[in-house]
Design a protein around this ligand. Structure first.
Ligand SMILES: Cc1ncc(COP(=O)(O)O)c(C=O)c1O
Length: 399
């Protein structure tokens, strides 16, 4: 199907929830994708931080093919070997002791919210129900996850939202201190705010937060949906801080491109949810966990987190060296291959993204202001150079 037909049919039959570009992607390999008209693009969007092992990594493709011929689905009333192997691999490579599998990031965060409230109620503290998250955070679109998301732009018109969800400015310890109390059962944060504009967490903020945690006894929950799976230069973003959160959530890149979410917990938090208290029909099914197992193995075996660290440095240093854009670029920031380029002129981002697309480079822009580059971690330095050359040309033309 060509781009025009896909666009026409999509507009006719698919709900209008996305502002889409007039193209459809038909094929992908590594860091490249091909559209319905045969055009090739360097993909620095990567499914928005999903395709960490690249498009159609042979190990993931083989795992899916083999498993599809063996068993596609079975109920969680029974064990399946891929699920238990995946849980073991996550546990062996993190501070988590137990894992629950769902189907998306929003669902993993829903599970985290439920876990926190159940943790408090199990202690006989029914008043300990408040969850604090950050302004400009993003935790998903289901009503609970949306209530946790600190952006009114996504919430407006969907109220009433979940009660006892408080939002405080990110990296602002005083604001957190003013909000937290004995009523707080959890603080949920991203280690780099993704949709908030690629904003890394301040280590001093975290140190202060840990003191508050000791005082008020709440769960620290880290949303690793976007930062996880090697993206930031460590397997999980919180590992940069030597931090062992009570709970962390995963999705996006976990499944190598297939939908999966995970709620990972340690210590008492790992034992909170009991039979009948949380479930998912498809969560951790044999096909998706086969793909996730293959993808995580590739990330570990090919040392893709380390690669992300090195390539991210390379990419950011290059962009920081673009002196000619001193009046256009406010800041280049990020961690590993999660890079944000904040622009000075209002609203320039959208036109840069579109001009890049027309030249064969896919990038993304947050709120019209921050160009976001989240390429597959397998991208080569030559491909990074190629992408940055296009971006540079486009930016020069916009001066
Ligand atoms: C940090 C974070 N949490 C949660 C989500 C929601 O994930 P999903 O779209 O899989 O529900 C996202 C999606 O962008 C995210 O970036």
């Amino acid at each position: 199907m060509d781009n025009q037909l896909m666009t026409k049919m999509g507009q006719e039959y698919v709900m209008n929830t996305y502002n889409r570009y007039p193209m459809g992607i038909l094929r992908g390999r590594g860091a490249k994708v091909w559209d319905g008209d045969g055009n090739v693009y360097l993909d620095l969007v990567a499914g928005i931080a999903v395709n960490n092992v690249g498009h159609c990594h042979p190990a993931v493709v083989k795992a899916i093919k083999d498993q599809a011929e063996t068993l596609i689905h079975c109920s969680n009333l029974y064990w399946n070997e891929n699920q238990v192997k995946l849980a073991k691999l996550i546990v062996e490579n993190s501070c988590a002791e137990k894992v629950f599998f769902g189907n998306s990031g929003a669902e993993a965060n829903e599970g985290a919210l439920k876990l926190a409230r159940r943790w408090a109620s199990r202690q006989g503290k029914p008043e300990k129900v408040q969850v604090i998250t950050a302004l400009n955070s993003f935790h998903g679109r289901t009503l609970g996850a949306l209530s946790a998301t600190g952006q009114t732009v996504y919430q407006s018109g969907f109220g009433p939202l979940l009660p006892e969800l408080a939002h405080v400015p990110y990296n602002d310890l005083e604001a957190l201190e003013a909000c937290v109390s004995e009523k707080t059962c959890a603080v949920l944060l991203e280690t780099v705010q993704g949709e908030g504009g690629v904003l890394p967490m301040d280590p001093n903020y975290l140190a202060g937060l840990m003191k508050l945690k000791e005082k008020y006894d709440f769960l620290l929950m880290i949303d690793e949906v976007q930062t996880g799976m090697g993206r930031t230069g460590k397997l999980f973003g919180h590992q940069h801080f030597g931090l062992e959160p009570d709970v962390f959530t995963l999705a996006k890149a976990l499944g190598g491109g297939l939908p999966i979410g995970a709620l990972c917990a340690r210590g008492k938090a790992a034992e909170v949810l009991q039979p009948g208290e949380h479930a998912s029909t498809f969560g951790g099914g044999p096909l998706i966990t086969a793909a996730a197992l293959a993808s995580l193995s590739v990330i570990l075996d090919e040392k893709l987190a380390e690669a992300a660290e090195e390539k991210g440095q390379y990419l950011m240093e290059k962009v920081r060296g673009w002196q000619q854009f001193a009046g256009v670029i406010k800041e280049v920031r990020g961690q590993g291959l999660m890079v944000g380029i904040e622009l000075i002129p209002q609203g320039l981002g959208g036109s840069i993204v579109e001009a890049c697309r027309q030249k064969g480079l896919l990038i993304n822009c947050i709120h019209g202001q921050v160009l976001r580059l989240v390429p597959p971690l397998v991208i080569t330095k030559e491909e990074i150079d190629q992408g940055l050359k296009i971006l540079q040309e486009v930016m020069e033309a916009s001066l």
